[in-house]
Design a protein around this ligand. Sequence first.
Ligand code: 2HA
Ligand code: ZN
Length: 274
Amino acid sequence: MKVLDAEFTKGFIRMANDGWEQGWHERNGGNLSYRMKSVEVELVKEDFKAGDWQDIGTTVPGLAGEFFLVTGSGKFFRNVIIKPEDSLCIVEIDEKGEKYRIVWGLVNGGRPTSELPSHLMNHEVKKRLTDGRYRVIYHAHTTNTIALTFVLPLTDEAFTRELWEMATECPVVFPDGIGVVPWMVPGGREIAVETSKLMEKYDVAIWAHHGMFAAGEDFDLTFGLLHTVEKAAEILVKMLSMTGQKRQTITPDDFRHLAKDFNVTLPEKFLYEK
Ligand code: 2HA
Ligand code: ZN
C-alpha cells in the first residue's frame, strides 16, 4: 500500500491541519510525530526507499528499530494537507538508537523536524511507561499558554492549579498535571532531556515563551489534550484581562470531591492553600 493511502497517514494529516486551523502553527512553527505499529510498517514498506543514516543528536536505545512518521524541518503545517509527501517523512531508527534514516517522504529534500531529539526522547519515556500504548508526540505554538509564561510563576504547581481552576473538565483530562520547562534554546539535546524528565510525570510540558508538548495514545487524545490545556489558558487570559482577582473559583476541597466522583487521583501538591 502507498503511505498516503494508509489510515495512520490520513489521521496524521488531519491532526496537522486541525492544528493549523487553530492558529498554532505560524510559518514552520510546531512539529508532530507518530510511532508506527509494526503492522503499519508491513502495510506500507513496499513504498519505502532508504536514504543514508544520520546522527539523531541524542541516544534512544528504547526506540531501536522503530519507524516514525514526522513533520519535516522548516516545513509549514499549512502545507501538510496540500503536499504531504513534501512536508512529511518516515524515519527508521537504527539498532543502537543513535541514528535515523529517511525511508519515505521529503521528496524535495530536507530533514525531519528540528525537534527530533525532544520527540524521540519523549517517545522513549512514554513507550516504556505505557507498555507501548502512547504513540503520538505533538508540539504546537499555543498562543494563550505562551502568553501565560510571561505572567505566571514558571512552576508545575502554578500552571497546573491555575489551569485546573479554569474549567471543571481540566483535572479529569490531565489529572497528573503539567510540567514547565524554563526558557531554553530549542532544537537540541539539553531541552530534550529536560522535557523528557517531565514526561516521566506528566503528559503535557510547557516551554516558556515558546509553546507546548503533549503526549498521547492516538491522534484524537493527543490533540484533545493539548486543545483542552490551551482552551483553559485562553479562559485564564480572558479572566486576567478582566481582573487580577477572582471573585469565586473551584476550591481544593471541590477538586477532592471531583476526584472521588470521577475516579481520578489528583496529587495533593497541586491542591495547596493560596
Ligand atoms: O519551527 O516549532 O521548536 C519548529 C519549531 C521549533
Ligand atoms: Zn516550536
